[in-house]
Structures are given as structure tokens and as C-alpha cells.
Design a protein. Structure first.
Length: 113
């Protein structure tokens, strides 16, 4: 399954601090959460290949930790080929005064089952 394959690849970057949806309160940082943005599947012959976008939120206590985790995520996933394929689509730093954490959004396009 695409979600599990992606989780397995990403958890190698920050250990088990990868969360679907959002980072739980009281978590250790750096941490990454992600959401899938699904579109219609591509149909090739009789197989359906999913092509969702995935939005990762990289969170850290310091700017350097956030930058290093986001860079590691991009290096690990961009042009990844394996159980799924991934392509970097862009990123954006956001200010989050509520948490006081450094935050970068990193988007990828995925292909897989």
C-alpha cells in the first residue's frame, strides 16, 4: 500500500516521529506529519496507478534542525524509484507563532499502487 511504503521510507529520517495528519502534542522534534491529496487514478491497460500529491510538514525547535530534516526528506524522496516513485513539487517556510516551532511545507507527487 502506498501510504505504508511512504511511511517506511520517511521514518528512516526522523525515526518514529512521522505522523499522518498532524504531530501529536508533546512530541519530540524534529518531526514530520503528512497528508495525501488524492486525484483520479491513471489507468494504464488494466492497472490503476495512483498519483496523489503528498504534503509534508517538517517541524523543529531550531531553524537548522528544520532545514536539515527538510533537506533530508527532499534528498530521500526526490526521484525515488522503488515500491513507488516520487518527484519534488515545491516547498514553503511558514511562520507558526502558536507553536513557536520552525515549519516547512514540502510537496511531492507520487506514483504507485
Amino acid at each position: 500500500m502506498l501510504e505504508q511504503d511512504l511511511y517506511t521510507v520517511v521514518e528512516s529520517l526522523v525515526g518514529s516521529r512521522v505522523y499522518p495528519g498532524r504531530v501529536p502534542e508533546g512530541s519530540v522534534y524534529p518531526a514530520i506529519d503528512f497528508i495525501f491529496i488524492e486525484g483520479p487514478p491513471d489507468q494504464t491497460q488494466q492497472d490503476y496507478i495512483r498519483n496523489p500529491r503528498v504534503r509534508f510538514n517538517v517541524w523543529a525547535d531550531t531553524y537548522d534542525d528544520m532545514l536539515n530534516a527538510a533537506l533530508a526528506l527532499r534528498q530521500r524522496l526526490d526521484h525515488h524509484i522503488g515500491d513507488f516513485s516520487a518527484l519534488f513539487m515545491g516547498g514553503l517556510d511558514l511562520d507558526d507563532p502558536e507553536t513557536g516551532k520552525f515549519h516547512r511545507v514540502v510537496d511531492f507527487s507520487l506514483w504507485g499502487n
